[in-house]
Every structure is written in C-alpha cells, then in structure tokens.
Write a protein that binds this ligand. Structure first.
Ligand SMILES: CC(C)(COP(=O)(O)OP(=O)(O)OC[C@H]1O[C@@H](n2cnc3c(N)ncnc32)[C@H](O)[C@@H]1OP(=O)(O)O)[C@@H](O)C(=O)NCCC(=O)NCCS
Length: 156
C-alpha cells in the first residue's frame, strides 16, 4: 500500500523533529564540504530561532504515518534600497531524510513553499546550493531554477 504523504505548515510542537532533520542535512553537507562543519552544539540555538520566528517564516513539513520525513524553510528577504526590487523569497533549507528520498516529497515541499511566497506577494525565489552536492543540482534544475551567480573563495 502506498503511504500517504501530508505536507503542512509546521506547528511549534514539530520544531524539535525539524531540528533533527536539519542536523542530518547539515551533517550531509559537512561531509561534502568542510566549511559546513558544525559548531559544538548548534541545535538549541536553531530551535530557539525557529520557535521565536515561526510566524514570520515559511516552514513546512512532510509527514508520513505520523513521522516527519522532510522539511523546507524559507523567509522573505530584503535587499538594500539601491535595488528596484527590494523583496524576494529565500529558501534556506530543504531536506528529506535519506530513506524517503526520490518519492516526490522534495517537490511537494517546494510546491507548498512557492505557494506561501506567492500568497505573500513574492514572485522570485532563490536558494544556494553546494556544487559538490549531486542531489541538489539535479533537484533544483528539475524544479526550473537557473544559476545566476557563483560564490568563489580562496584561503589567505
Ligand atoms: C535534494 C532533496 C531535498 C530532494 O528531495 P526528494 O524528495 O528526494 O526529491 P523528489 O523525489 O521530489 O525529486 C524531484 C526531482 O528532482 C530530481 N532528483 C531528485 N533526486 C534525484 C536523484 N537522486 N537523481 C536524479 N534526479 C533526482 C528528479 O528530477 C526528480 O523528479 P522525478 O522523480 O520526476 O524525475 C533530497 O535529496 C535531500 O534531502 N538531499 C539532502 C539534502 C539536500 O541536498 N538538500 C538540498 C539543499 S540545497
């Protein structure tokens, strides 16, 4: 039997489980790129941030059989007054736990997030992705996102 995937706004009681999913997501990134190595104990600070700002954030979760298997986090970001367009949607995190990938959950979370941005009169959305992350490149390209800037770095 096919499991029913429910996409919904996160409630405050979901936040500890979102933080667990975020940790898995961060560890995945840190394994690909040492710059994303986590600090000593980042979870309580992130939990507090989500709890305090939940009303202003776009935070959606994917639930299967009463378990949370993925989330997406977005915010309405502002640009300086020198730009004609001041507001845009920034997707900060998208993660589906490893066992549930490839079943369309990421796509469903992005659909909910996009609708939330539109409801808030935001018509351009952006995200950042790690070039070393093969999953992200394919996902965002399939979702119609186009690269328009590169982050470059060097050690000094
Ligand atoms: C990226 C991620 C969120 C995608 O979630 P998902 O639920 O597995 O993705 P979906 O099943 O909705 O896939 C949507 C589309 O993305 C592409 N895609 C996703 N995973 C893919 C893979 N492993 N190989 C090829 N294409 C893939 C496909 O085009 C797919 O559409 P299709 O199934 O109709 O072909 C998930 O892989 C993940 O959590 N990865 C670790 C964290 C991460 O990389 N987050 C993104 C941060 S920028």
């Amino acid at each position: 039997m096919e499991e029913k995937i429910l996409i919904r706004h996160a409630a405050i009681s979901d936040i500890p489980l979102v933080v667990d999913l975020w940790q898995e997501h961060q560890e995945y990134h840190a394994a690909l790129e040492p710059w994303f190595e986590r600090s000593e104990n980042p979870n309580p600070g992130f939990q507090q941030y989500l709890e305090e700002h939940l009303d202003d954030l776009g935070l959606f979760v994917a639930e299967v059989d009463k378990s949370l298997v993925g989330f997406i986090l977005g915010e309405i970001a502002s640009r300086p007054p020198c730009f004609a367009e001041r507001k845009y949607g920034m997707i900060d995190d998208l993660a589906v736990t490893a066992a549930w990938r490839g079943k369309g959950i990421g796509k469903k979370l992005l659909t909910a997030m996009s609708a939330w941005f539109k409801e808030n009169d935001i018509h351009r959305i952006e995200t950042r992705l790690l070039l070393a992350n093969p999953l992200a490149g394919r996902f965002w390209q399939a979702a119609g996102f186009t690269a328009y800037m590169n982050n470059v770095y060097r050690e000094v």
